[in-house]
Design a protein. Structure first.
Length: 237
C-alpha cells in the first residue's frame, strides 16, 4: 500500500515540475500511521514553514470549513496551516486579513503571519469584531500599541467592527475589503468554535471561497547549533 501511494506522489511531483518549474525540488514522503502525529513529526524534522491542505468532507460546521483531517490537524499543528477549499481559483495574494480578538498575546501569531506575507508582498489587515456583550479583558489601545512596538517596520491596517453576529462581521469585512486569505490564531483547542460560534449555516458557503490560514499556538523552534570551531573559540574566551 505504501508503494502504491508513493508512486502516486511521484507522479504528482512530476506534474508539479511540468506545470511550474522543471528545476523545482519536490520531495515525496509517504508515512503510514495514525493522522496527524506523523505530519507534525515531519514538520519538525524537515523544518517546514507551512503546511498546505485541501478541504473536502464535512460532518459538522468546522469540517465544512477545513475538512475532517485539516480540522483535526490545525488544533495541534507545529506550524501555520493553509487550508484551501475545493474549487477555489488561486490568484495573486494582495491582502491578508487577520481576525484578532484584541485580548490575547498577538506577537507569536503575527510573527508567523509576517513570515508568510513578506515573500508575497501582501498587505496585512488586522481587524476585530466587537459585540455589545464582549468584555475588554485588556485595553484594545494597549494591544494596538504593543503590536506597533513589536512590528515597527510593518504597516498594518487596523479595523474594529461593531457586530453582534461575529460570522456576519467577518464575512462583511472579507467581502468589502476584497480579502484573499483569512488568517486566524488557534490558541486553544476550541478557539475556532469560540470565534465563529455554532450558528453557522449558509454563511459558510461564501466564506469557503477564500483560503484560510491557521496560525499555530505551539510553533516549533529551530535549535541553533554551534560548530566545533566556534565552540572551542567561545570556550577559549
Amino acid at each position: 500500500m505504501v508503494a502504491y501511494y508513493q508512486d502516486k506522489l511521484q507522479n504528482l511531483a512530476k506534474y508539479i515540475r511540468l506545470q511550474f518549474d522543471s528545476n523545482l525540488e519536490v520531495e515525496t514522503i509517504c508515512v503510514p500511521g495514525p493522522f496527524p502525529n506523523p505530519l507534525n513529526d515531519l514538520v519538525c524534522s524537515k523544518q517546514v514553514d507551512l503546511v498546505v491542505m485541501g478541504t473536502k468532507g464535512a460532518h459538522n460546521w468546522l469540517d465544512k470549513i477545513f475538512g475532517t483531517n485539516t480540522a483535526s490537524f490545525i488544533k495541534q499543528a507545529a506550524c501555520p496551516v493553509l487550508a484551501i477549499p475545493s474549487g477555489v481559483q488561486l490568484k495573486f495574494i494582495k491582502t491578508i486579513a487577520y481576525a484578532s480578538n484584541f485580548e490575547s498575546q498577538e506577537t507569536m501569531y503575527l510573527k508567523q503571519l509576517v513570515k508568510f506575507a513578506e515573500p508575497l508582498g501582501s498587505s496585512i489587515a488586522i481587524f476585530n469584531i466587537k459585540s455589545e456583550n464582549q468584555l475588554d479583558l485588556v485595553s484594545d489601545q494597549q494591544i494596538l500599541r504593543k503590536i506597533k512596538r513589536d512590528f515597527p517596520e510593518n504597516n498594518f491596517s487596523f479595523s474594529q467592527i461593531k457586530e453582534n453576529d461575529i460570522i456576519a462581521g467577518i464575512e462583511t469585512f472579507v467581502r468589502e475589503n476584497q480579502i484573499d486569505i483569512l488568517a486566524l490564531s488557534v490558541y486553544e483547542p476550541d478557539m475556532l468554535e469560540r470565534i465563529f460560534h455554532n450558528s453557522v449555516s449558509e454563511q459558510l458557503v461564501y466564506r469557503s471561497q477564500i483560503p484560510l490560514l491557521a496560525l499555530s499556538s505551539k510553533p516549533y523552534s529551530v535549535k541553533k547549533t554551534t560548530n566545533s570551531k566556534q565552540q572551542k573559540s567561545q570556550e577559549a574566551h
